[in-house]
Ligand binder design. Structure first.
Ligand code: ARG
Length: 391
């Protein structure tokens, strides 16, 4: 039997994939990535084996995820369509990379994912597979299998003694990891309907959030967040702590109609307290330390970077080149930003940096003004000169 490595979540779909593949002559090695999704991994491991997997790999990849995927995207200011912090999109190339590593170690010839043909994730998985392991077989059972409804899938699962969840299925489709949550389907498919409160899990309803604003400082070293309120945190602990602080104040909720790569528009609700605070803070620090021209170009390249991530092009040369650009750019981005969190809002109320380009003696309208007003006259004249017609 040919061996394949499956990205396994423990859900009904990827569990059914295992016996479905066996029927077609494949032996499945399941890979379960701990991205901080909060599932019981021991149970998931058991489920993979009872579904027929020959072996299960469970890896805690949270630190790698934050260091090598989340922070580079933060440094790039990557927000898809100006909004989405890409929590789900960033996790896919990481999972795919580990699948390839496991496949090589186990001498497996195929890579399998449980994505449908309608979404972005199939593109992210398969493009990463093909860039890292050209020539390896790729199987996407959900695009080709015979089950038309969830009921048919459940019948199949029962016939193969796969434990089917007894709890009522959530009306939503949810993707969670340490960096945030994405929620779609059900009532959310109507773009006019306000999301019910039960879609949220990381953020409190602003009506119930503290009546007093919360203040928090985030310190960055070369564009990497390292401290909260002056205390040093490792990457995973930092993101967890910000999620907690922001979530308490209802910060990081987003309701978005987005353009999927496959051409469909979809309505997604996001909860990203840490991501919202980090992007808000770093972007503000940049306005203090970067010169105008750098800021202008960065805004353009941020958009480009976000598209590359969203569209599954993580392992491309262009993405790597942009990482080098953003690392160079952030050589000045050290300093501290002070955020005010209040009833779902996250606003910057202070910033400081040893690399600041803000010059109070030039900006001031008060005492100590050193700006030479006379210089402005000639500057303004020359500025408009190219546009004045006549001899
Ligand atoms: N739209 C997001 C993306 O493409 C999230 C996808 C998963 N969403 C979900 N609710 N299951 O990255």
């Amino acid at each position: 039997m040919e061996k394949v490595v499956l990205a396994y979540s423990g859900g009904l779909d990827t569990s059914c994939v295992i016996p479905w593949l066996k029927d077609r002559g494949y032996q499945t090695i399941a890979f379960c990535a701990n991205l901080g999704q909060g599932d019981n991994l021991a149970l998931i491991k058991k489920k993979a084996l009872s579904s027929g997997a020959s072996k299960v790999y469970c890896l805690d990849v949270q630190n790698e995820f934050i260091m090598d995927y989340v922070f580079p995207a933060l440094k790039a200011g990557a927000l898809y369509e100006g909004k989405y912090v890409l929590a789900c999109a960033l996790s896919r190339p990481l999972i795919a990379k580990h699948q390839v590593n496991i496949a090589r170690k186990e001498k497996a010839g195929g890579l399998v994912h449980g994505c449908t043909g309608k979404g972005n994730d199939q593109v992210r998985f398969e493009t990463t597979f093909r860039l890292l392991a050209p020539g390896m077989e790729i199987i996407a059972p959900l695009r080709i299998w015979e089950f038309k409804t969830r009921e048919e899938e459940i019948d199949f699962a029962k016939s193969r003694r796969i434990p089917v969840p007894v709890t009522k299925k959530s009306p939503y489709s949810i993707d969670t990891n340490i960096y945030g949550r994405a929620i779609e389907c059900g009532v959310l498919e109507d773009p006019w309907k306000e999301p019910p409160e039960d879609v949220y899990a990381l953020t409190s309803d602003p009506r119930q959030s503290p009546a007093q604003p919360g203040y928090v400082t985030i310190t960055f070293d070369n564009g990497i967040p390292t401290k909260i309120n002056g205390k040093t945190y490792g990457p995973v602990a930092l993101v967890q702590a910000l999620n907690k602080i922001g979530g308490r104040h209802g910060v990081g909720r987003m309701d978005m109609i987005e353009n999927r790569l496959v051409g469909i528009k979809s309505r997604e609700i996001y909860e990203n307290p840490a991501g919202t605070m980090l992007h808000t803070a770093l972007n503000d620090l940049e306005s203090l330390v970067l010169d105008r021209e750098t800021m202008r170009l960065k805004a353009v390249l941020s958009l480009k970077y976000a598209e590359l991530v969203y569209n599954g092009l993580w392992e491309t040369p262009l993405k790597q080149q942009l990482d080098a650009y953003f690392s160079k750019l952030h050589e000045r981005s050290s300093g501290t930003v002070r955020l005010k969190l209040y009833k779902g809002h996250c606003t910057v109320v202070g910033r400081k940096s040893p690399k600041s380009r803000y010059k109070q003696k030039l900006a001031t309208y008060g005492k100590g003004d050193q700006f030479d007003q006379k210089l402005a006259e000639g500057f303004v004249k020359l500025w408009g000169m190219p546009f004045i017609s006549g001899q």
